[in-house]
Design a protein. Structure first.
Ligand code: NAD
Length: 257
């Protein structure tokens, strides 16, 4: 089945960065899109047209913005319900996330909890809200944004790695449980992608440490958001029809070399 053409997608964190690129790529592939985010505006001030408006201007599909904090399951449920106006959710992208580093010995309970609430709890209940409708309907595809930080550990990023590793095993567990009910569940593990997350929150790209990372990337460049959106399209379209419980690493070769 093609869960994009003739279907509706919900993209959390769809206002900026990777989620914005996925929203546009999904619309190009035929999906109506619900952009679910804390804010309507992109975190990148140069992107002055909000995602839903851009989708409507540049594609033949419909799009709406729904204000949503994924750490509150009732917000995520409302975002998924908004897709009912477009025939119901067939693709769910749990993309909203936060990235922070810091010495393990300094991590407070609040730091820990607030990160896990978005990256893990948000993904968990986002998947649950979408799966409930997909199982009752004609199936669907759930795509979770993990990270290369969900494949291997990293000094200074214990909380983030723990959250993304958990997303990976959550993905495999849901693939086992929901596959028989027509719902495929996969994860994407991006390397370093040029977004506000890697230029502002943890300034790696554009800094000296970024140059060091670049030396370890065989393709010799950081990812742009479209590189990740291409993988997300594959996973939800007919091309990915037999892909379930898979982790797709999109990192220019950084992790395995
Ligand atoms: P970004 O900061 O550019 O965009 C994230 C979007 O999520 C923003 O629009 C933000 O408002 C929204 N958001 C944050 N918290 C939210 C919440 N509680 N509820 C709803 N929306 C919320 O980040 P990005 O680089 O596009 O990252 C997207 C995903 O990809 C994240 O899960 C991130 O961990 C993952 N990822 C990013 C990279 C990278 O290098 N940028 C690498 C690996 C994985």
């Amino acid at each position: 089945a093609d869960f994009l053409d003739d279907g509706a997608a919900v993209v959390t964190g769809g206002s900026s960065g990777i989620g914005r690129a996925i929203s546009l790529a999904y619309a190009d592939a035929g999906a109506d899109v619900v952009v679910a985010d804390l804010q309507r505006e992109s975190r990148d001030p140069e992107e002055d047209v909000p995602t839903a408006e851009l989708v409507e201007a540049e594609t033949d599909q419909s799009a709406v913005f729904v204000e949503c904090d994924v750490s509150d399951p009732s917000d995520t449920e409302a975002a998924v319900a908004a897709a009912d106006d477009f025939g119901g959710v067939t693709a769910m992208v749990n993309n909203a996330g936060v990235f922070r580093g810091g010495d393990f010995l300094d991590v407070s309970e609040e730091d820990f909890q607030s990160l896990l609430d978005v990256n893990l709890k948000g993904t968990f209940f986002g998947a649950q809200a979408a799966a409930e409708r997909m199982v009752a309907g004609d199936g669907g595809a759930i795509v979770n944004l993990s990270s290369v930080a969900g494949l291997r550990g990293s000094a200074g990023f214990a909380t983030y790695c723990a959250s993304k590793g958990a997303v990976r095993l959550l993905t495999y567990s849901l693939a086992a449980e929901l596959g028989p009910q027509g719902v495929r569940v996969n994860a994407i593990h991006p390397g370093l992608v040029d977004t506000a997350m890697t230029t502002e929150d943890v300034p790696i790209i554009g800094s000296e440490s970024g140059e060091q990372y670049l030396d370890g990337i065989p393709l010799g460049r950081f990812a742009d958001t479209g590189d990740i959106a291409d993988a997300a399209v594959y996973l939800a379209s007919a091309a990915g029809d037999y892909v379930n419980g898979e982790s797709i690493t999109v990192d220019g070769g950084m992790t395995n070399t």
